[in-house]
Design a protein around this ligand. Sequence first.
Ligand code: GRF
Length: 201
Amino acid sequence: MTRLGILISGRGSNMLALVEAVRSGRIAETEIAVVVSDKPNAAGLTRAGGLGVQTQVVERQGRTREDHDRETVDVLRSHHVDFVCLAGYMRVLSAYFLEEFRHRILNIHPSLLPAFPGLNAQLQAIEHGVKFTGCTVHFVDETLDGGPIIAQRSIPVYEDDTEESLSARILEQEHQLYPEAVAFVVSGKYEICGRRVLRKR
Ligand code: GRF
């Protein structure tokens, strides 16, 4: 059994999509070990708790990044986590965290990376005038949203799109893409060659 740890800071809809995919067997041979939030009031915590998923808060306030990450890594280790899924986790990871889970941390981002990294990716896409955007699941490294890309899905941007309407359409795709990408990684049928994530034949 592969054990997933999911890190959230807010709403947690991608976390729920992963929990549902694990429970329905779409992500095979896998269990959710723990959901960790750096914010005690994250809505996703209540939603995870309601589904009987183990939750834990590791508060970041008033601590250095490394100190906070050490405690988070301890929690993940104590739950025997194999892969870490960031799902709306609003904190950049320290070198320590990255080293502890090298190539075992995934993130989902609401754009077709490398376009529009960072915050407000959907608004960036509208303001840039692109005709297509989407979402990306990637391995996390020391760059901002720049690690090796695992999977992407594109959607059109309409002229009357607002940040809200575009975000909602991207989010629908995120909820499908993230479980598919996690299932792929958990299957182990890939190799990372430089920046490329290649399917093993
Ligand atoms: C998603 O748009 C995700 O791509 C980004 O943060 C948002 C989190 O939403 N990283 P949720 O908490 O999963 O609902």
